[in-house]
Design a protein around this ligand. Structure first.
Ligand code: AMP
Ligand code: ZN
Length: 133
């Protein structure tokens, strides 16, 4: 698949840069955010490079959200969270992505709560979630 030069998420889905993969198929890739709002905070991306979420063609857009719907119960089970929340911003990385964030209380879904997580901890959480899948 075509890779957008200098796009960090294109490099991640092509495994040129390591990531904590949760799940993937031929069109989408899900991996842990390295600065999570909560444990299990996942980024779901289309493998095809498009910057802005609402520029994705209709079919792929529906498939992206159907994929989020499929992953959410697995993230919920893998983390024990009460709900999975969604954020879309995209100011830092110009490759469309949906943040899927495990939540246990109101007002937790706030990017200001994001902080770097240790790689060992990320690896452990990724394994836990993948075991549910
Ligand atoms: P935004 O574009 O504002 O939605 O934010 C991009 C998100 O990508 C942030 O939450 C970053 O922590 C996350 N991020 C950036 N680089 C990586 C990476 N190499 N692996 C995982 N997550 C990343
Ligand atoms: Zn890209």
């Amino acid at each position: 698949m075509e890779i957008m030069e200098n796009c960090i998420f294109c490099k991640i889905k092509d495994k040129q840069i390591p990531s904590f993969e949760i799940w993937s198929d031929d069109k989408f890739y899900a991996f842990l955010d390295i600065n999570p709002i909560s444990p299990g905070h996942t980024l779901l991306i289309p493998k095809q490079h498009v910057d802005y979420l609402f520029d994705i063609d209709e079919k792929q857009y529906s498939e992206l959200f159907m994929t989020a719907r499929k992953l959410a119960p697995m993230l919920k089970r893998g983390t024990g969270a009460k709900r999975i929340g969604i954020i879309v911003e995209g100011f830092l990385v110009p490759h469309a992505h949906i943040h899927l964030v495990p939540l246990n209380q109101g007002n937790q879904l706030n990017p200001a709560n994001a902080k770097p997580m240790d790689k060992t901890e990320l690896a452990k959480i990724a394994e836990r979630i993948k075991n549910v899948l």
